[in-house]
Structure formats: C-alpha cells, structure tokens
Design a protein around this ligand. Structure first.
Ligand code: SAM
Length: 288
C-alpha cells in the first residue's frame, strides 16, 4: 500500500487496527531501504521534519522532545548516581542529546543496529542528531540484544529507545532481553524501555511488563503525551534491580533555572511523579 496519497502520509498498521494518524507532507527528503527497514524522512506542513521507519512514525520535530526527555530523565533522575549509561536503538540521536545533558553522566555508549538511520538523521534531522557530537559518547553499530550478551555489570542505567516490537526490535521486548539487561546492570541499576500504550495494544504492554517482572523486583510503567504517536500517548517501562528504590520519586531534582539551562521543556520533578499515576482501568490491567 502506498503510504503517501494526495500529499498525506497515513500510519496504517495492524498494531492499531481501524485507525490511522496522518501528516500532511510538504516534501520527501529521503526515501530508501537499509538492511533492516524502509527509511522515510519528510518535511511536513505543520510538524517540521519526521522520521518514519517501516511506515511507523518514530519522531517529528514538533513533539520529539517529550518522548526523548522522559525516556532519559525518568531513569537518570531516579538513580542516585548514573555515571555510566547505555542506549539501545535511538538512531535519530535524540536520546543521546538528552543523556549528554545530565550532570552525573561521565560516559555513555549507544548501540544502534542501522547505520543508515544514523547517517540520514545526521544529514536531515540535526536537531536530534546533534546528540552524536557528545564527547562522552561511544557509538556502536550493532544489535542491542547481541551487544548485551558481552557486557556484564557495566551500566548504571540502560535506556532502550527501540522501534515498535516488529522487525529488528522484536527481541527487545522479550524475557531473554530483560535477563540480559539485568546482567548488564551494576547493582541497583535501572532500565527504561519504550513500551507502547495500553490504548492500542494492552496485551503487548502486559506481556512486556510480565517479561520484565521475571527478572526485576521493582517494575513500574509511566506514560507521557506525544501527539503524533498512536492515541497521542507513549508508555515507558521503568524497572530497578533494587526492591527498595522508589522509581516514581526523582533522586536528583532540578530547579527551574537548571531545567532551562539544560533546555528541558517537558521534564520536571512534578511530572516525573505524575507520569507514574495511571487511570484505574490501566492500573488494574497492568498491575493487578
Ligand atoms: N522514538 C521512537 C519510537 O518509539 O518510535 C524510536 C526511535 S529510534 C529511531 C528506534 C531505533 O531502534 C531505530 O533506529 C532502529 O534501527 C533501532 N533498533 C531496532 N531494533 C534494534 C536492535 N535490535 N538493536 C539496536 N537498535 C535497534
């Protein structure tokens, strides 16, 4: 099916049957196929530039910041001293941009499977890809699942900024992946993974939380608002190896000036706590 018709891109997928979000397109900036996926980068009429992989919107210039800030600062601020961080996925560079801002982070590694996503993000999406310029970053092109097998007790925080659980990202939602994450973390380490929204795929979110719970004593789920994601919402699975750590409370709290100096427009301490408050129907479905 041609995803762009009469100047509109529509995000049609079996993951959200019977509905499709559309963006009006001004120009196609890049369209190609890597070893892993179809890559489309467009200029939209009202949402700036957008990255679309295998027909699924990954981020738009308009609203990428809530996603990147929350997936990064929820785990980094919940951890007492996040000095060494790993990012899995995140080929647009947006999470690297955010991790580089945190004052405690001494070094971070990013493992992205698709070199072409990195190359084209640098060319067309510099507002996110500037994250790759950080001197603290070691960038590895490879499969996050395979990478994890060779790294034991190394990281304070691991952020999985993956695409949805189809194509190359399918392994990043499994029980074996959470076992690898557990082994790659230092004691008291924290993970944060992109985990969809219960509005479109409750069963997938339940399965991911169940897989995580088999290896992590403390598992939480937070949500945030991203208008161009399905139903305008995305969830994050946040889990710790410590059963006593309260993930919902930030250990490090930034004041308004610090937030401004870091260029944070969405994340703050009250929203950290609020993002874990779920409506009764989802709390029941996910945790009871
Ligand atoms: N914010 C986005 C979202 O939730 O839709 C995700 C953005 S980022 C572009 C997702 C990245 O994960 C892609 O660049 C993709 O190539 C990468 N990825 C998928 N599977 C991977 C794997 N097994 N190892 C490493 N990176 C992977």
């Amino acid at each position: 099916m041609d995803l762009i018709q009469k100047g509109w891109f529509s995000e049609v997928s079996n993951m959200w049957p019977g509905q499709a979000f559309s963006l009006q397109i001004k120009q196609i900036l890049f369209q190609g196929k890597s070893d892993y996926q179809d890559i489309l980068i467009v200029e939209t009429t009202n949402h700036g530039r957008a990255l679309i992989l295998d027909g699924i919107i990954q981020c738009t210039e308009f609203d990428e910041f809530p996603y990147q800030e929350m997936i990064t600062f929820l785990p980094l601020c919940a951890h007492p001293r996040p000095e060494k961080v790993l990012i899995v996925g995140g080929g647009d560079g947006g999470v690297a941009r955010e991790v580089a801002k945190h004052p405690f982070v001494k070094s971070f590694t990013q493992v992205e499977i698709d070199a072409l996503v990195i190359e084209k993000s640098k060319e067309f999406l510099p507002f996110m890809a500037k994250g790759f310029d950080s001197k603290k970053l070691t960038l590895v092109v490879g499969d996050g699942f395979e990478f994890m097998k060779k790294h034991l007790k190394e990281f304070d925080v691991i952020i999985t900024d993956s695409s949805d659980p189809v194509g190359p990202a399918v392994n990043l939602f499994t029980e074996s992946y959470f076992e690898l994450l557990k082994n790659a973390l230092k004691p008291n380490g924290i993970v944060c993974s992109q985990a969809g929204t219960p509005w479109t795929d409750l069963k997938q979110v339940q399965a991911t939380i169940g897989n995580c719970k088999k290896h992590f004593p403390s598992v939480k789920y937070a949500v945030t608002s991203v208008p161009t994601y399905p139903n305008g919402q995305i969830g994050y699975l946040v889990a710790s190896l410590s059963s006593t750590m309260d993930l919902t409370k930030p250990n490090l709290q930034f004041n308004p000036k610090e937030l401004k100096d870091m260029g944070l427009r969405y994340y703050n301490s009250p929203i950290h706590e609020a993002s874990f408050v779920l409506p009764t129907c989802f709390d029941d479905a996910l945790f009871n």
